[in-house]
Design a protein around this ligand. Structure first.
Ligand SMILES: CC(C)(COP(=O)(O)OP(=O)(O)OC[C@H]1O[C@@H](n2cnc3c(N)ncnc32)[C@H](O)[C@@H]1OP(=O)(O)O)[C@@H](O)C(=O)NCCC(=O)NCCS
Length: 169
């Protein structure tokens, strides 16, 4: 399996992949594939952190990290993470996250935030964002709002998250 940056010719396949991945997910709003396309066109998009996992010429998974902020500090937001149903539970999601973390660390990024399963993301090092000084957005269970600190010497965070406008939050 190869993990690489997404390319323009992948976009239609990524759209279908994201749609399929979230079709069976209970927390999905059914528009994650449109969110990917909107984020790509916006200023929060970071091409280096939009990755696909490719297996025998087929895209198995996709991950996107975009720019956000907490107070004055720039952070990354991981969303969405999608694995094609027939490739789920084979480590694809974990491999995509690990590669994204590596790239983010190499860029000097300090934190990644994610809203998602409190069972899945802690395996990759995420913990409740509240513990790292981030205010939990209203209406979201604090356990589902998580953060990963990429550098031990990162300044503590404080404040609320300003998401890219494409999230509509
Ligand atoms: C969630 C998702 C990205 C995980 O990717 P994956 O490649 O299947 O996961 P991995 O193989 O890296 O890890 C599998 C482990 O994570 C856990 N896991 C997988 N999906 C999970 C989920 N939705 N919730 C909680 N735990 C999950 C499983 O326990 C599994 O371990 P096990 O097989 O030993 O029981 C993928 O299932 C997916 O695309 N789901 C639909 C879209 C979605 O919900 N995206 C995340 C939004 S928060």
């Amino acid at each position: 399996m190869e993990i690489r940056q997404e390319r323009e010719q992948d976009y239609p396949e990524i759209y279908r992949l994201v749609k399929e991945a979230f079709a069976a997910s209970q927390h999905a709003d059914g528009r994650e594939q449109d969110l990917v396309e909107a984020l790509r066109k916006g200023s929060a998009y970071l091409p280096e952190l939009a990755l696909v996992a490719e297996e025998d010429g087929l895209l198995a998974g996709h991950i996107m990290l975009t720019r956000a902020g907490v107070g004055d500090a720039p952070v990354l937001v991981l969303a969405p993470l999608s694995v094609r149903p027939e490739f789920q539970r084979q480590g694809v999601g974990t491999a995509l996250m690990e590669r994204a973390h590596e790239i983010a660390r190499a860029r000097g990024e300090e934190y990644i935030l994610v809203l998602g399963s409190e069972e899945y993301y802690p395996r990759a090092g995420y913990r409740p964002a509240e513990e790292l000084g981030v205010t939990v957005p209203e209406g979201i269970p604090s356990a589902n709002f998580m953060a990963l600190r990429l550098r031990e010497d990162a300044e503590p965070l404080g404040g609320t998250v300003a998401y890219a406008p494409e999230f509509g939050l």
